[in-house]
Design a binder for this molecule. Structure first.
Ligand SMILES: Cc1cc2nc3c(=O)[nH]c(=O)nc-3n(C[C@H](O)[C@H](O)[C@H](O)COP(=O)(O)O)c2cc1C
Length: 189
């Protein structure tokens, strides 16, 4: 487990190929992703899975919206936006769906959703798949949000692209622990 965590990396879209998790394996990954610390069990998240023809259709909407927002851009750029969405075998939108009337602060609910995101990547990796967590511009676009049936109070925490790594991604720099760890002492201000 320690080695697994020490080697964990996201896999760039360019290196994500078939196969992706399917059927029972995909259900298991979503179930494991949902085993998170969740103060007072609010369950402030939901998943939207994009597969097959529906994924292609969603990608087409992204391309069309890109052209609408960038009318001077050429179609090849819109196609690239589309392709980036549909390229990996499985795309999962993790939607933060907080209950603002709940005793548990929305901040804590959002932290729980972040934990779901990380668990989703870890569970995918543990099942032998690779993945990456991306938001991209369309996670924040009103039109796409509407087409993906995201409600006004919800946020797209990210799109999780899952598949198999065609090659292992190279390591990237990690935080300097001396800069982010301190040991509290009384009396320091
Ligand atoms: C909420 C969230 C949104 C992200 N959105 C993007 C994105 O839109 N584009 C991108 O290149 N990386 C994005 N990233 C970063 C990648 O998921 C990833 O952290 C990075 O590629 C290196 O990952 P690793 O440390 O897991 O290897 C996002 C990360 C998070 C947590």
């Amino acid at each position: 487990m320690l080695d697994f965590l020490n080697q964990r990396r996201s896999t760039p879209l360019a290196l994500l190929t078939e196969p992706g998790p399917q059927n029972d394996e995909l259900s298991m990954i979503l179930q494991l992703a949902s085993r998170v610390p969740d103060h007072r069990r609010v369950v402030p998240w939901r998943f939207v899975v994009f597969l097959g023809a529906a994924k292609q259709q969603a990608a087409k909407l992204i391309g069309q919206r890109f052209l609408e927002l960038n009318p001077k851009s050429d179609k090849s750029k819109a196609d690239l936006e589309s392709h980036k969405f549909s390229k990996s075998p499985v795309v999962i939108a993790l939607v933060s769906s907080p209950d603002s009337t709940h005793k548990t602060p929305v901040w804590e609910q959002n932290l729980t959703v972040g934990a779901v995101g990380q668990n989703l990547l870890l569970a995918s990796n543990a099942a032998g798949f690779a993945g990456v967590w991306l938001t991209c511009w369309y996670a924040y676009d009103q039109n796409i949000r509407q087409q993906f049936q995201v409600k006004g109070f919800e946020q797209i925490a990210g799109f999780f692209h899952l598949g198999t790594a065609s090659e292992q991604p190279i390591e990237r720099p990690r935080p300097n622990m001396e800069q982010i760890v301190s040991y509290w002492k009384p009396g320091l201000t």
